[in-house]
Design a protein around this ligand. Structure first.
Ligand code: AMP
Length: 326
């Protein structure tokens, strides 16, 4: 998207926010720091700018995110007529934490996202796959229009947390000069960013067990593909849930020699959630071949059984080999 086009879309978004009295903000299922951070950041800014408007945040509450950022505040009714819906950080409506039929009854739907485009939805769409996070986009909306959108300390904290979450504390290559600049502007607000970093680095007892298991059992192939598998049986032994395994994701990538890697977690259906990451080779097409998608270096997929996991690992190996031979 060209800057001129982005500027035009940003104006349309601000006009819609100014026009509607009731604004409903949605995001994707299995929310992370960026999903909730962008949602709460935008909600708090609209509330501060327009005290008479009603702003609602939709999606299932996740306790640690509710505690760290803020709980959701959904509209109790399912009647969205005459209302504005803004969907953040959600590439396709299948991943939406909300009912698309209800959303389609809204007067206007706006999509703001930083994933590679999967599905075009909404009357207004602002998609920048090069941005580190949806929170960065919301911070940019504010920075480009700070006279039309008021920042608050709570909003700055939520957006900063969202950026920190999706960049893994500014480590990923999606972190650009603009990410740092906007994070710096947010940091001018008096929230405790060091406390946030300490909190995010904290290891709970279940994480300790998962980390120990991963370091013991992760497999790294000669080519440089790392993988760890959590069957339902292993999860039960470790007294861990699917969500808990997130802590192992960067760990596998930190093992010397690993270029691309996957964390495979068995679901109650028997199939496996596949979280794929890479330091260079593109993996989003591999994910797309296995009921998934995502970014070039961070994708998700689904494997029906361990045979399909083997296929995915083989495809990752091929991608790494191709990358090395470039
Ligand atoms: P995750 O490993 O769940 O953090 O996902 C990494 C990235 O891949 C995120 O940006 C997701 O939006 C995307 N992703 C994960 N699972 C899927 C899926 N089943 N379909 C499409 N995209 C996905």
């Amino acid at each position: 998207m060209k800057e001129q086009h982005i500027s035009h879309i940003q104006k349309q978004i601000l006009q819609a926010i100014a026009e509607y009295d009731d604004i409903l903000i949605f995001r994707h299922v299995r929310p992370d720091l960026d999903a909730i951070g962008s949602q709460i950041g935008l909600a708090r800014m609209i509330e501060a700018t327009y005290p008479d408007k009603k702003v609602y945040t939709h999606g299932k509450d996740v306790p640690w995110l509710s505690e760290l950022i803020a709980p959701m505040n959904p509209l109790p009714s399912k009647d969205f007529t005459g209302k504005l819906v803004i969907v953040l950080d959600t590439a396709n409506t299948d991943r939406l934490d909300g009912n698309i039929e209800n959303i389609n009854t809204a007067a206007c739907v706006i999509k703001i996202d930083h994933h590679l485009p999967v599905e075009a939805y909404g009357q207004v769409q602002w998609v920048e796959p090069d941005a580190s996070s949806a929170s960065e986009l919301i911070a940019k909306l504010w920075w480009n229009h700070s006279h039309e959108l008021k920042m608050t300390t709570e909003a700055a904290y939520a957006l900063y947390a969202g950026i920190v979450g999706d960049t893994n504390r500014f480590l990923y290559d999606s972190t650009g000069p603009e990410t740092m600049q906007l994070a710096g502007e947010l940091m001018r607000y008096p929230f405790d960013h060091a406390a946030l970093h300490f909190k995010l680095a904290e290891i709970t007892p279940v994480e300790r067990r998962l980390i120990a298991y991963t370091l013991e059992n992760a497999h790294v192939s000669e080519v440089g593909v790392g993988m760890i598998l959590f069957t339902s049986e292993t999860l039960a032994e470790l007294q861990a849930t699917d969500e808990d395994t997130s802590v192992t994701l960067s760990l596998v990538g930190n093992i010397q020699g690993v270029i691309s890697w996957g964390v495979f977690v068995q679901q109650s259906t028997g199939s496996y959630r596949c979280r794929l990451r890479s330091k260079g080779p593109a993996i989003n097409e591999i994910a797309a071949r296995h009921e998934g998608g995502g970014h070039k270096l961070a994708s998700g997929a689904n494997a029906h059984d361990e045979m399909e996991i083997k296929e995915i690992v083989k495809e990752l190996e091929d991608a790494v080999l191709q990358f090395k031979n470039k």
